[in-house]
Design a protein around this ligand. Sequence first.
Ligand code: ADP
Ligand code: ASP
Ligand code: MG
Length: 457
Amino acid sequence: MIVMKFGGTSVEDAKAIGRATEIVRGRLKEHPVVVVSALAKVTDQLLAIARSAATGDSKTALQLVEAFSQRHYEVAGELLAPARFTQLREDLGRDLGALNDLLRGISAVGELTPRTTDQVAAYGEILSSKIVAAAFSTRGLDSCLVDARACTVTDANYMRAAPLIDDTNERLQKLVAPLVDKGCVPVMGGFIGASKAGVTTTLGRGGSDYSAALVGAGLSAERIEIWTDVDGMLTTDPGICSNARRIEVLSFDEAAELAYFGAKVLHPATVLPAIQKNIPVYVLNSRNPTCEGTKITARAPKSRHMFKAIAVKKGITIVDVAAPRWLQLDGFLKWIVDAFARHSVSVDVISTSEVSLSVTVDTNEGIPSLTAELAKLADVKYEERKAIVCLVGENLRRTPGVAARVFRELEDVKIHMISQGASEINLTFVIAEEDVARVVERLHRAFFSDRVSDMAA
Ligand code: ADP
Ligand code: ASP
Ligand code: MG
């Protein structure tokens, strides 16, 4: 049994869903379970609609829903024969009616809570999974729709819910495994789940990859395939550097670091369930399905290159906290860590000196209240519009002189912070956002221009 996850662009319209159908057909012998994202951009639209409803502007929200509904009806209409379309249209119409009611409610109270945000956002995957399941059946695949909210059990931490693994596994075994056994292709939405009390939750943005990995681990899949719009995990973000190239093999650790530090192609938590059951994950291109993509596995063969990829995370703020002289360093660190936790601000990169601490955070939320609290005892400054650049590869562990070679390339660039993670497979530094393009271009040229293959020579 395998899990195949199709991201937003891989189900963005009727053509894309047609391509996904053929990709699944080609793997029927391997008993696929299919996990789908919302149609491309739909989650962004739903969140914008919810926000506009919360301002009391239900008219704009309902107009936006109208356009959004049309898109889904059109895609379904293109894929399905008239009788099946009429049936599905009624079903989708009920969901869209419920969405409208919800938006009217949000507009009436003028407040958007994380809980209602998730209820709205979930409609993307609710609708897409219904359309994809119907399209599969119309094209001769024996498919069955599974409501992800019945399978993915999470805590009630709305907008960033954590899965409850044992409950989820139990539901998957009960609801999905029998469908696979009888030769059917289950289709379910990624990203969404429900708390034990049955209230809709989401796993956080980009969470469909994570859903796929949870399903794969729960059903002990032979592999998990993440179908997207690029040839695999690339040596860097193709939006920043057009020379980015496919990486053939990555270790779980390397992939996790890359995802955590900004390689959006994979949700950072995706590899965790895969590691636990040692299930290989493949990143593949639904527009170029014969390309072998990237294989992510427990152990990657030794690369001839110093590192495998450069990840970039923009929108970073550096917070500098200087301690008053009379405070002991250990007490000072504890006090700061507690303050960050109290304000729910999580930290990526840290560097310290005897009397000061610099940390990066990837959110602006909570920063004003956090800095106000810290300022009671220490000097606090923060600088926005920074970016983390993270070089990743198992070879960093054993190659001396890497940092010297990297920073020699960047002599004229202001480096705000440097860190080498305890995992020793990353070298991370912080620069201004406006320096990202030239830094990545330069490092890519210096370290990847001779690159023929990722495998050892
Ligand atoms: P999906 O909708 O299939 O989940 P995403 O948009 O979430 O797709 O992720 C795919 C995108 O991630 C690519 O189109 C690419 O622009 C971006 N990306 C950023 N860094 C990388 C990287 N290192 N390798 C591949 N893609 C990357
Ligand atoms: N549709 C969700 C999002 O855009 C989940 C996903 O696509 O992975 O965040
Ligand atoms: Mg994604």
